[in-house]
Design a protein around this ligand. Sequence first.
Ligand SMILES: Cc1cc2nc3c(=O)[nH]c(=O)nc-3n(C[C@H](O)[C@H](O)[C@H](O)COP(=O)(O)OP(=O)(O)OC[C@H]3O[C@@H](n4cnc5c(N)ncnc54)[C@H](O)[C@@H]3O)c2cc1C
Length: 484
Amino acid sequence: MINKFKKELLKLSLINKPIFDKIEHEKYITDWRGQYHGETLGVLKPCNSIEVSNILKFANKFNLAVVPQGGNTGLCGGATPIKGQNAIILSTEKLNKIRTIDKNSKSITVEAGVILSDIHNYVEKFDLFFPLNLGAKGSCMIGGNLSTNAGGINVLKYGTTRELCTGLEVVLPDGQILNLLSNLKKDNTGYDLKNLFIGAEGTLGIITAASLKLFPIPKIKLTAFAEAKSITNAIELLHIFQNEVPFGIEAFELMPKTFWEVASNNIENITIPFESIPQMGVLMEISSTSEEDAKINSNGSTNLYDKLENLLAYSFDKKIITNAIICKNTSESHQLWDIRERAAESEKKELKKRGAIKCLKHDISLPLHNIEKFHNEAQDMLLREVPSSRTIYFGHLGDGNLHYNVFGDGILPDGFNNRSSEITEKIYEIVIKNNGSFSAEHGIGQLRKKSLKLHKNSVAYNLMKNIKKQLDPNNIMNPGKILN
Ligand SMILES: Cc1cc2nc3c(=O)[nH]c(=O)nc-3n(C[C@H](O)[C@H](O)[C@H](O)COP(=O)(O)OP(=O)(O)OC[C@H]3O[C@@H](n4cnc5c(N)ncnc54)[C@H](O)[C@@H]3O)c2cc1C
């Protein structure tokens, strides 16, 4: 049977031959966290949208599952094929051309397989800046970013990937090429179809290219690290900055004590900014595109630096923070951002050290005023249910987004007395009670599809299923992801 598919796949006219070698498959069938392991008939690497279209027509004809894959850095198992599905992996690695850049309208059109940091480097040559920024930037691809509607550290100022995209080219499950590429800011011509494919995790078609918004490079960027006593204090600090530099906050990240403990256990030669591990660390970046803010003033400083220093001093006087530093140069700033960006990596290392003990990953968002309340309620619940568990949380505080991860130290086999899913559901109930979302930026994939069915508004859930059925009647596109 498998040989029959191989023969047929070889007949497809593709520049790159399909990969059938099982050893070569390994990196495509295992997810970044190593939690999902699937199987595939073959990995296909189309070079253009016509090749993608031919592959999807072929998959419909032979009823094969198609799993789109970009950088394979997703954290919910969305890009890993499920065993027993007769799946082909459609890797976008070779869809990697930058098609056009328009300096005047500050826009770029790129193919889906362009690596995020390659976009950053390319646009910099034109004095422009693409603000999507996350720890996986050196390997994730823009098609994957769009398909997960990735967030990252700059959402506070620039929005999620959805807000950075003005147009898409998508190959629909039946092979039709839908061209919605555009760099227009205004276009009210009926339904906004592009938004259907953003965040769809490859269940509705293959994104092959995208038009993206670019921004002027800030003239000055400053990084500061402050220590607060509580989440509420950290949020007060955010409000002070939002009032005083409303368009200047690029990022505002929470790095509490347990985050630093894991980071210092797992990152070699780590520099902790203060003498001891901070209680509730806040890493922030502020910027300005104004020459006035960037030029050296009569104090031998810059206006933006003075403003930052004054706001931190004010927050210290008001007892909102207990300590703060401003990075003197880009090297100091990179050191701190590197620690933050390596959060997922250091947790992965920590988990490895603990053998069979699981870490329950929760990517949640909450209204800012409910974050501390959520945290207290969740800790009470965990103390009752899994007394020796340890919560490592951190995240994009400015967006109300926490990565709230719980290491089980309790009873084997999983550290949670086999109650991992139950504990996760208890956390989600507290999130929902506090008007939050159980999936902020990483998506649903395989990991959260049961929770989606349970918690999503049932009318919305059925509408999603109907849309999927309409566009993909044979259910070839990434089956078993998002929806059951
Ligand atoms: C160290 C690290 C840090 C991270 N930090 C963040 C963060 O701060 N914020 C955040 O949001 N995420 C973060 N992530 C998660 C991840 O990087 C993002 O979800 C990223 O957007 C995935 O891109 P990718 O190219 O790797 O996609 P993949 O993992 O390959 O795929 C993700 C999903 O999109 C689908 N897909 C991929 N390409 C296409 C396409 N062209 N058309 C249709 N469907 C497609 C796949 O089938 C899958 O369902 C992090 C991950 C790591 C490892």
